[in-house]
Design a protein around this ligand. Structure first.
Ligand code: 6R9
Length: 656
């Protein structure tokens, strides 16, 4: 984790090489500033110009921004388009035989799919979905392994105007159920099993478990892709095999033309309450964000081999696997497996084998690879690389330097990209041919993104002072609302105090240094960032208290060398305070329980038992004290409002 101390001492600076700048899409700081100045002058026309140039419209738009019902902004609202048409059909005339996806499976099998092939697969599935009466506006949950078919499923939904909601394959039946139910999904697209690191994990069986939980009556169809051929529950006519319904389906499917504001997808993410938020994105604005960031930040060139390691279950996989690269007509790598299987050099091997030019991954992956074999990259030919990227959490300067020197051989710029599920595309990130890099800083906003740091009253703070990160003006790729909960949307992102109801409040704290560079410090809400994944402390607490043994629970984060943050749970049991081997037994039970309730990523790293939790006299749990205890630090805060100071001793150490 970047702590204020470690980044404040950071003075290294890496200007782009002449070699990189001279070929870059934004080739100098002046060119970057010129784009910013253009946006400054008239940000609406700035975006409209790019929307006209870079999106193929079925019906051109005449309106740009509609802010009459702010903060429910609309962009290009009277235009019509289809996102899948923009990602596939547009390339058929010019480069149908270009490889769109180089897929490498867990066990090393390689499958190449051209734009022509991908288009056909998408049309066939789209036709098959239509034949099952899935229509524009219907919600389709996708719970798939990381394979070409996951992209096909998303694109097929986009093609017929169905709204997809991808659920990460590591989420439990319970989490899946909540999302199916909240979305009111009419169909689920899944696979029999997924394979990662040589191990098979169930998907269809988990879907069935989710279906058995109450209230999932909306689902009419479950489409099952056969990945392993493993034995699974199959329940026709509701359940159908992907290969059977697509076999005779037509290989052309007229796209469903939709309004610019038609929801392309919802994606659930954690917030500060127990209930995940269904972030809703538009079609045109979202697509535009994916396109401009591919050009500006990834400096996309038609000769690139692009590799974003994110799963399509996260926003990064939506914008930089399914939509951005395809809209650009890129060749990209998709990898099914994990970085350490069958050996810790797998990532470097893939880069070498497929001649990857642009490699985009997460700090947590970088840190674990350093730990497993800091010198391993030297054994591979990584000379195809020209650009590296990082996303998901602050990258600590040490990991940045390793990535820069060992992987990029001090030749490749690193784009540290700050953005969120809600922003749809990069917000603050270097244009790599233009901006000198500082390890640990995401540098400057994209042209057209008006980022600022404000205090609690919404006033901008001076450089060097920390505050809330906000975006002051609307931008095309921003979240439109929370599915089914417009009030929560307004309250969470456009609160009155920190932005007068006008600024988008990101939920991160940040500061700018004397040169105006942005440094992200972390979340301001009760959201943890574990291995780049957002987890609400409340979600984990609700899972814990749902266990019959647990009376009360509080969850906090603690800095972790590899994961960024670790999950520490303080638990009060209903029965007696546990001793001896009981501690280990109940800890295991509760960790497994959380994995079942939410997913293995949410498992507490440590559980400490107490007879009570530190509370104020009014009964509020004092989380700041728990954070101090979790870190193993002495309590120096004021504890005068604490009802039961004796409890601190008990919670100070891991339970024995
Ligand atoms: C894209 C993605 C968003 C939260 C965000 C912030 C953290 C993401 C970061 C970063 C520092 C970066 N975050 N990128 N912090 N530097 N380059 O990760 O979306 O899963 O919604 O998470 O992740 O805290 O608010 P999401």
């Amino acid at each position: 984790m970047s702590t204020i101390e470690s980044v404040l001492n950071e003075t290294r600076i890496f200007p782009p090489s002449d070699e990189f700048s001279s070929q870059a899409n934004v080739s100098s700081f002046q060119a970057y500033q010129a784009l910013c100045a253009e946006a400054e002058q008239d940000y609406q026309h700035f975006w409209a110009k790019r929307a006209k140039e870079r999106i193929l419209w079925h019906k051109p738009f005449t309106q740009i921004l509609d802010d009459r019902n702010a903060p429910f902004y609309k962009w290009f609202a009277d235009g019509e388009l289809n996102v899948s048409y923009n990602c596939l059909d547009r390339h058929l005339a010019t480069q149908a035989d270009k490889v769109a996806i180089i897929f490498e499976s867990d066990d090393g099998e390689v499958i190449r799919s051209t734009y022509r092939d991908l288009h056909q697969r998408v049309c066939q599935l789209a036709n098959a979905l239509k034949a099952r009466n899935i229509k524009k506006g219907d919600r389709v949950v996708i719970y798939m392994p990381m394979r070409i078919e996951a992209v096909v499923a998303m694109q097929a939904c986009a093609r017929i105007g169905a709204i997809h909601s991808v659920v990460f394959g590591g989420f439990s039946a319970k989490s899946l159920h909540e999302r199916i139910h909240d979305a009111g999904a009419v169909a689920i697209i899944t696979a029999d099993e997924q394979v990662r690191g040589g191990k098979h994990h169930p998907l269809k069986a988990t879907v069935d478990e989710a279906m058995r939980m109450s209230d999932t009556t909306s689902v009419q169809s479950i489409v099952v892709y056969q990945r392993t051929g493993g034995e699974i529950p199959f329940n026709p006519p509701r359940d159908v095999w992907w290969h059977e319904i697509t076999q005779n389906a037509g290989s052309e499917c007229e796209p469903e033309w939709v309004d610019a504001e038609h929801p392309l997808f919802t994606l659930y993410t954690s917030g500060s309450t127990g209930k995940p938020k269904g972030v809703q994105h538009s079609s045109a604005g979202y697509l535009l964000g994916a396109i401009v960031s591919m050009q500006w930040i990834f400096d996309y060139k038609p000769t690139d081999i692009f590799w974003c390691t994110a799963d399509v279950g996260w926003i990064t996989g939506h914008s930089y696997v399914t939509y951005g690269p395809l809209a650009m007509g890129a060749t990209q790598v998709i990898f099914e497996g994990i970085p350490t299987y069958p050996h810790a050099g797998r990532f470097w091997e893939i880069i070498q084998k497929h001649q990857v030019t642009t490699f985009y991954t997460a700090p947590t992956a970088i840190r674990s690879l350093i730990k497993l074999g800091g010198d391993l990259p030297a054994q591979y030919d990584l000379s195809s690389l020209r650009l590296l990227g990082s996303v998901g959490e602050p990258i600590n300067p040490e990991a940045w330097m390793w990535f820069y020197e060992k992987v990029g051989r001090s030749r490749c710029p690193i784009v540290d990209t700050w953005w969120q599920t809600e922003t749809g595309c990069h917000m603050i990130a270097p244009t790599p041919g233009a901006v000198a890099l500082k390890p640990g800083s995401c540098t400057f906003p994209l042209p057209g993104i008006f980022a600022a740091i404000v205090d609690e009253a919404g006033h901008e703070v001076e450089n060097g002072k920390g505050g809330f990160l906000v975006i002051k003006k609307p931008f095309p790729s921003q979240i439109r609302t929370l599915w089914g909960d417009p009030e929560r949307f307004k309250k969470a992102y456009f609160p009155e105090d920190t932005g007068h109801g006008k600024y988008y409040l990101a939920g991160d704290s940040a500061y700018r240094d004397k040169d105006g560079y942005f440094w992200i410090m972390g979340r301001i809400d009760d959201v943890l960032n574990v291995s780049g994944h957002r987890l609400g402390t409340m979600e984990i607490e609700s899972a814990l208290v749902a266990h019959p043994l647990v009376a009360e629970a509080a969850v906090v984060g603690k800095p972790h060398e590899i994961k960024g943050e670790a999950v520490i749970a303080f638990v009060v049991l209903k029965g007696k305070y546990p001793h001896g081997e009981e501690v280990a037994r109940i800890t295991d039970t509760l960790r497994d329980w959380v994995a079942k309730e939410i997913g293995p990523i949410a498992k507490p790293d440590e559980i400490r038992f107490g007879e009570n939790l530190p509370k104020t006299r009014s009964g509020k749990i004092m989380r700041r004290l728990l954070r101090t205890l979790a870190k193993g630090e002495e309590i120096t805060q004021d504890i005068s409002t604490l009802e039961n100071p004796a409890i601190l001793e008990q919670l100070k150490y891991p339970s024995k």
